[in-house]
Design a protein around this ligand. Structure first.
Ligand SMILES: NC(=O)c1ccc[n+]([C@@H]2O[C@H](COP(=O)([O-])OP(=O)(O)OC[C@H]3O[C@@H](n4cnc5c(N)ncnc54)[C@H](OP(=O)(O)O)[C@@H]3O)[C@@H](O)[C@H]2O)c1
Ligand SMILES: [Zn+2]
Length: 339
């Protein structure tokens, strides 16, 4: 029986371990992907640390995958062996199934198919993906360089283009990490007056080199007041992983502004008076669909946008994950998988 290798999360809070497994056969509507690269996202902590109730283990994390179609299951249309594909985390709750109607969104049938969360992901030489989750990857884009576009990229690009902001508007990207450093590039190329917000000055020069027109050090000054001094932000793309930090920036919205909550920070408190006086909004945002991923990849090719990555061999997935969690990576960590 041919084999594959995977870095597996054995259970909440346990270190990743290398496992050899039988090569899985794709089922109906599925393809098997030979993984070439997989980004390491802060959201992988949901599985590795066990932040979500009801997850089952062992689980292979990883939802920023680029690879080649290796086998095609029954009833798959439009995909052939050898084609380049990207696989992302895949949509949030559908809003229609029985679980969603009862408010149990984490049990939603769509989320039950989420790559690296409820089905095995890309910290592996091979994975099986639902055909509807596949995005075509342009030939010009390198797998290792571009894998982060399948989550960090699509999430920030899609949030920005659906934010209601128009060319010239002030748009803040809060958090200059894996997601934020791409968010800054997208915001600048989409024509917004782009403001990067992060604690300290360490990342200022890099943020400016990626296209930020302004930089706010959220430790040295009140970030909301600094945004108000610029006229207020039409959109804030909040990618920080800290609740208080996100709350502190929320008053920086302009009239009709929208805070797009991307970072998973638990309960969030905002000032109702501030919101109602401005007709401002707070809105959650998940990444997008495979069609959104294809749009993201095309836009990156068109505008020469790329992820700045630190690359680790796949067997060192634990070190790569620890590096991501440390916040010291500049900016995304990516696993290179040589098969
Ligand atoms: N909605 C979605 O679909 C979606 C998709 C992907 C990821 N996410 C979530 O988005 C968040 C960001 O992911 P990522 O991979 O970009 O993470 P990351 O690379 O670890 O970046 C985290 C960012 O948060 C900042 N931060 C951390 N602790 C902070 C604190 N105490 N005060 C102020 N700022 C702080 C970091 O600032 P420093 O540079 O100062 O450390 C950094 O800019 C995570 O919560 C992840 O789960 C959501
Ligand atoms: Zn992610």
């Amino acid at each position: 029986m041919p084999k594959m290798r995977a870095m597996v999360s054995p259970g909440p809070g346990q270190p990743l371990r290398l496992e050899e497994r039988d090569l899985p056969a794709p089922g109906a509507h599925e393809v098997r992907v030979r993984v070439q690269a997989c980004g390491v996202c802060h959201s992988d902590a949901i599985v590795v640390e066990g932040h979500m109730p009801g997850l089952s283990y062992p689980r292979v994390p990883g939802h920023e995958v680029i690879g080649l179609v290796d086998a095609v299951g029954p009833d798959v249309e439009g995909w052939r062996v050898g084609e380049r594909v990207g696989v992302g985390w895949f949509p949030g709750a559908c809003g229609r199934c029985g679980h969603c109607r009862r408010g149990e969104t984490f049990a939603c049938e769509v989320i039950q198919g989420a790559t690296g969360l409820t089905r095995d992901g890309g910290y592996a030489t091979h994975m099986v993906a639902h055909a509807s989750a596949l995005a075509r990857v342009p030939d010009e884009l390198d797998a290792v360089e571009s894998a982060p576009l399948l989550c960090a990229g699509v999430t920030t690009f899609n949030a920005l283009r659906n934010s209601g902001a128009r060319g010239g508007d002030v748009v803040a990207v809060h958090g200059v990490g894996g997601l934020g450093h791409l968010g800054v590039q997208f915001a600048a190329r989409l024509g917004f007056r782009t403001v990067a917000v992060n604690r300290g000055r360490d990342k200022e020069a890099l943020a400016r080199s990626l296209g930020a027109h302004e930089y706010i050090d959220s430790e040295a000054q009140d970030p909301a007041a600094a945004l108000q001094a610029m006229g207020g932000a039409r959109a804030i793309i909040a990618t920080v992983t800290n609740r208080e930090a996100m709350e502190a920036v929320s008053r920086g919205l302009a009239v009709n502004g929208t805070l797009l909550v991307i970072g998973a920070v638990g309960p969030l408190t905002v000032d109702s008076m501030d919101l109602l006086q401005k007709r401002a909004a707070v809105k959650g945002w998940y990444s997008g669909t495979s069609a959104d991923s294809e749009d993201t990849l095309s836009f990156c090719k068109l505008q020469a946008i790329s992820s700045m990555n630190e690359v680790f061999p796949f067997e060192q997935a634990q070190a790569a994950y620890d590096r991501m969690l440390s916040g010291k990576a500049r900016f995304r960590v990516v696993l290179r998988i040589d098969g």
